[in-house]
Design a protein around this ligand. Structure first.
Ligand SMILES: [Mn+2]
Length: 279
């Protein structure tokens, strides 16, 4: 039997690792294009295209201590999936390691924030602030609302928003920067983030926040998005307060390979960032 596919540069032992990666093959509340549950393994495969060295940070990822736990068991019930995400995140965080979760659709984030309860920076095209969607409160269209209920809406900011319903606007969504604002005046976003990120911050990246030119393989693509280099501004602002990462909403069924590649590289750059800030 072939060995299980692992993210590149994964170390052999959980005990010796600092960064613990796991996949959540869940896309049961998806509203448009399916396939996000296939993303964890595609991101793992894509990671083998990358060098182990981050020239940006001067970090050799081979020595960083990444451990790939594999995927949580597939479930079609959001509440069941969230409990599983919670318990895996609980183990990783309790062991003082850094969790990296590969979705799956965006609803997975609620599970990790139930444990981590920090400030949250979302990159997303959608405000995800519906109270429920198609009868489901744990839909991927409600994730910012559920997370705001856990950590307080003053502790949530979304970057890259360009798709919002009047219902969401009337509910008074969390602080957000539209993609138009970010693209035309990045300095305003950067100075906001520098103040916002003054305590522990979790980063949740819905890949539809990026422009479809960079990330075509997503569940609900939206034109006029962000350039992925926004990530570096976000990491600079967060500094040594980053406590967890998830990447979500990637669907290999609609990808040309570039979206999974971007996800793999983002994971590597986040680890490299942590390696140069966290002591
Ligand atoms: Mn989205």
């Amino acid at each position: 039997m072939p060995a299980r596919l692992k993210f590149c540069d994964s170390s052999d032992s959980y005990e010796d690792s600092k960064y613990v990666l796991f996949g959540v093959p869940f896309d049961s509340t998806v509203s448009f294009r399916p396939g996000a549950k296939l993303a964890p393994n595609e991101v793992r495969k894509a990671s083998y295209n990358m060098e182990s060295y981050s020239i940006r940070k001067g970090v050799n990822l081979r020595n960083s201590g990444i451990f790939d736990m594999g995927d949580i068991e597939e479930s079609h019930r959001p509440e069941e999936m969230l409990e599983e995400v919670y318990s895996v995140t609980d183990k990783i965080v309790s062991d003082r390691k850094f969790p990296i979760m590969i979705g799956g659709e965006h609803s997975i984030t609620v599970g990790s924030l139930r444990r981590i309860r920090s400030k949250v920076v979302f990159i997303d095209a959608h405000s995800d602030y519906r109270d429920s969607y198609m009868g489901e409160r744990f839909s991927h269209a409600c994730v910012a609302r559920r997370v705001s209920e856990i950590v307080g809406k003053e502790n949530v900011v979304s970057l890259g928003i360009r798709s919002v319903s009047t219902e969401e606007l009337e509910a008074g969504p969390q602080t957000f920067f539209t993609s138009y604002e970010v693209n035309s005046n990045p300095e305003r976003m950067k100075s906001f983030l520098k103040e916002f990120c003054n305590s522990k911050v979790y980063l949740s990246i819905d890949f539809d926040g990026f422009d479809p030119a960079y990330a075509p393989g997503v569940g609900t693509p939206e034109p006029f998005g962000l350039n992925p280099t926004i990530l570096f501004d976000v990491l600079d602002a967060i500094g040594d307060n980053l406590v967890g990462l998830d990447v979500n909403e990637i669907t290999p069924l609609f990808d040309n390979g570039n979206t999974s590649m971007l996800a793999a590289r983002i994971i590597q750059e986040v680890v490299s960032h942590q390696e140069t800030t966290k002591k």
